[in-house]
Write a protein of this length. Structure first.
Length: 442
């Protein structure tokens, strides 16, 4: 069943979810300040469509990962293509979008607090010119899908809620909200329109993020990604290669392949005699590395379950593949890993690391969670021992917080805040020493 709807007395149901996006033309590439606020001096922006005569000013605030930054960038491309203007300050905007992350409580709290602070702006004198409508204030991305209509109940000044699957529809929804004074909510989990990725609007002139897949089908017990972004959806490999080619043509030679679980990428399609062909992550990486003019390609984030010797051999043999692997292990304890539903034992992880070091010899980084339910001191010591053994260049260390709707949210959050903080600090201090030691060696 479709999850999008209009919350309004005067907008018809037919308005909602219709794809009013016309064919999108390639816009001029623009330089902007980088994440977390996508902004650009309105006066300097190229306007490619002026026929509609409606050019609202848009401000996007981004929370979360590189994937979210790329989503905001791609969305900005749609806006600029339609003649909307991107501005640097929320105060200057007719449309304020908050692109959110639900992976950690901290990012979610910051986004909620920012969204709350917009109440005064909505109630102020600002109106969309010639429209006599309120500003459009939208919650988009993972939190939208996670919290949905609850936000409307708590925040009357918000009038647009769109999940990660609906980004390509946002320009149309903005128009409807502003013209009809309606509220729109669309949380449907669907394939994104490929045109979202086809525009050349870039935040960084040196490196481009290219989304190769969205969602994840691993269902780690603490992680909200499969619920808010859906199961793994690989993009057609040819579209990905074309996007990389377009970046190279535009002078952006360094590419980061993005996905919640990049090396689980497998795109399946029919060839002759109805036979199936599967393009794996290694196949895709090879195709991209082969492109003329590509200076460097890297990728984030990898899962230990899907990191193969074949991948490492390719990394070693190609000079334009960055010799760095971000490979989260989360805990050094098999008992905790099982409870996290990670699908590997720590001996498997260490074996993968050993092979990477032998074959590629590059640097490593990881994500680690401390204070997962039922984590005992011995479990934590096992995590510390992995950090000591592997010697990561850097690591993102998080204190566990339960995420709504996940399996772990039903477990007792048994580790006290005091212990989570103590373990977090201990691990952070250890990692800092290792990072410093590795830096000196360079
Ligand atoms: S592999 Fe990563 S994105 Fe997928 S469920 Fe596990 S933690 Fe979440």
């Amino acid at each position: 069943m479709s999850k999008h709807k209009d919350i309004n007395n005067n907008a018809s149901r037919d308005d909602i979810g219709s794809n009013a996006l016309g064919p999108l033309t390639q816009n001029a590439s623009a330089q902007m300040p980088s994440h977390p606020n996508i902004g650009l001096n309105a006066a300097t922006q190229p306007l490619t469509r002026s026929a509609s005569g409606w050019h609202p000013k848009v401000f996007i605030k981004t929370f979360g990962c590189q994937m979210n930054s790329r989503d905001s960038e791609a969305l900005s491309g749609l806006f600029v293509d339609r003649g909307y203007r991107i501005v640097e300050k929320a105060d200057d905007a007719d449309v304020i979008l908050v692109n959110t992350c639900s992976v950690r409580a901290h990012a979610e709290n910051r986004a909620i607090s920012f969204l709350g602070s917009l109440k005064s702006i909505q109630n102020s004198k600002f109106k969309i010119k010639n429209c006599q409508s309120p500003k459009v204030i939208g919650l988009i991305g993972c939190m939208a899908r996670n919290l949905g209509e609850e936000i409307y109940k708590k925040m009357p000044h918000v009038n647009l809620i769109c999940g990660p699957g609906c980004l390509d529809k946002i320009p149309d929804y903005i128009k409807k909200v502003s013209e009809k004074g309606s509220r729109i909510i669309d949380l449907e989990d669907r394939d994104r329109n490929e045109e979202l990725y086809s525009l050349s609007f870039k935040v960084d002139s040196d490196r481009a993020g290219v989304v190769i897949s969205t969602g994840c089908s691993n269902y780690c017990s603490y992680c909200v990604v499969p619920y808010v972004r859906g199961n793994l959806r690989p993009r057609n490999h040819q579209n990905i290669v074309d996007e990389v080619k377009n970046n190279i043509k535009a002078g952006v030679g360094k590419i980061t392949l993005l996905g919640q679980n990049v090396n689980d990428y497998h795109y399946q399609f029919k060839i002759q005699n109805s036979k199936l062909k599967i393009i794996t992550f290694v196949d895709l990486l090879k195709m991209i590395s082969d492109l003329e003019g590509l200076k460097e390609v890297d990728f984030i984030s990898s899962n230990p379950r899907n990191s193969s010797v074949e991948l490492f051999k390719l990394m070693a043999e190609r000079s334009n593949i960055k010799k760095h692997l971000h490979i989260p292990f989360q805990s050094g304890s098999d008992r905790v890993l099982k409870s996290m539903n990670r699908g590997y034992a720590i001996a498997d992880y260490l074996d993968t690391i050993k092979k990477y070091k032998e074959i590629v010899g590059g640097s490593l980084s990881a994500d680690i969670i401390v204070g997962f339910p039922n984590e005992e001191e011995d479990d934590f010591l096992a995590t510390k021992s992995v950090v000591e053994k592997v010697e990561f260049k850097y690591a993102y260390i998080f204190k566990y917080s339960p995420r709504l709707g996940t399996a772990a949210a039903n477990m007792v959050d048994s580790v006290s805040t005091e212990y989570k903080e103590k373990r977090h600090k201990e691990l952070l201090d250890l990692q800092k020493q290792i990072s410093r030691k590795l830096q000196k060696k360079c």
